[in-house]
Design a protein around this ligand. Structure first.
Ligand SMILES: NC(=O)c1ccc[n+]([C@@H]2O[C@H](COP(=O)([O-])OP(=O)(O)OC[C@H]3O[C@@H](n4cnc5c(N)ncnc54)[C@H](OP(=O)(O)O)[C@@H]3O)[C@@H](O)[C@H]2O)c1
Length: 287
């Protein structure tokens, strides 16, 4: 039996579809992650665990601590008692408990918990994922549509990125279960094409046939702007942690997916049609 926490989220939706299509027996964790009683009940009989709960989209440092760090700690305690045999955890490139950036620091702390949790683990450190309902390409497009006649480019848009298609990532997560050699490993994965952020933005805008004048946003204004525009919303359109990715290049070996999992991930041009749909302008205001 496989248990998926965070099954309703962006990655969770792709993962659970893929698990069903592959004929795996799985169930979704129901309830808050910090509740030991619920955890105990739902971990009974579980052999493998995908831990996808995360609060980064809420943009609250307090939630990163409560949900991501304390939630993971509690989950690991109960999973160890339940005899879970393998936990697969999604982390981010740049995860580091000493990072200056709250999200990357949190992911680093969670990685440390998972590594020391007493359960065989696989940690997949990845670049940002893209796909239907993401909080990356849809936000870039949504913000550009609203900020006519400009598009903001943090630091001039020179940071390198290698986004990965979420359905390919789901496939990698599932493949981890069948690869004993990936137990107790941290693997770094990214898509197989590398862009400067401004090139990615141009491709995203071209899908909607939108033209915008690029405007450089100095890196020193990035954090304060995110806090000013989005820090005060209860459920912000853009998490303030969105900007963390502009400080640490999210890059990996170009053949990382092929090397570990034996297939070529889909490229941005091959998949980006999901961005062209009615109401995309409003999409950033939805959960
Ligand atoms: N998206 C990416 O590009 C990316 C890249 C690398 C790593 N990751 C990591 O992958 C994980 C999942 O990311 P995602 O993009 O799928 O996030 P997401 O769409 O925001 O989904 C988060 C999931 O966590 C659940 N959740 C939040 N707080 C909870 C709580 N207190 N108790 C129980 N469930 C709770 C949410 O359920 P409700 O909505 O019902 O609260 C939702 O199912 C995160 O740890 C993220 O850091 C994401």
């Amino acid at each position: 039996m496989i248990l998926v926490t965070g099954a309703t989220g962006f990655i969770g939706r792709s993962l659970t579809n893929a698990l069903t299509l592959d004929g795996h027996e799985w169930r979704a964790y129901q309830g808050r992650i910090n509740n030991p009683t619920t955890l105990r009940e739902q971990l009974a009989g579980v052999e493998k665990l995908f831990h996808l709960v995360g609060s980064e989209s809420r943009g609250r440092a307090r939630l990163l601590r409560h949900v991501d760090i304390e939630g993971t700690e509690r989950l690991l305690e109960e999973a160890r008692l339940a005899g879970v045999g393998h936990i697969v955890y999604p982390s981010r490139i740049g995860a580091d408990p000493n990072s200056l950036h709250a999200l990357l620091r949190t992911k680093g702390e969670c990685e440390r918990l998972v590594r020391n949790g007493g359960i065989p683990y696989t940690i997949l450190r990845t670049s940002t994922l893209f796909g239907l309902g993401d909080r990356f390409t849809e936000i870039i497009l949504g913000l550009a549509l609203w900020s006519w006649p400009f598009v903001w480019l943090p630091g001039g848009g020179t940071i390198a990125m290698q986004p990965l298609w979420v359905e390919d990532y789901a496939r990698c997560l599932i493949d981890c279960l069948a690869k004993p050699e990936l137990k107790n490993q941290i693997i770094t994965l990214a898509g197989d094409e590398r862009f400067h952020y401004r090139e990615l933005v141009n491709q995203i805008l071209s899908i909607e046939g939108v033209r915008r004048q690029p405007l450089k946003l100095p890196m020193s204004l990035l954090g304060p702007s995110a806090a000013l525009f989005f820090g005060w919303w209860y459920w912000p359109a853009v998490s303030r942690f969105f900007v963390d990715r502009f400080f640490v290049p999210e890059v990996a070996e170009l053949d990382s997916v092929r090397r570990y999992f034996g297939f070529r991930p889909l490229r941005f041009r091959e998949t980006m049609a999901y961005l062209h749909r009615p109401g995309i302008r409003w999409r950033i205001f939805r959960r």
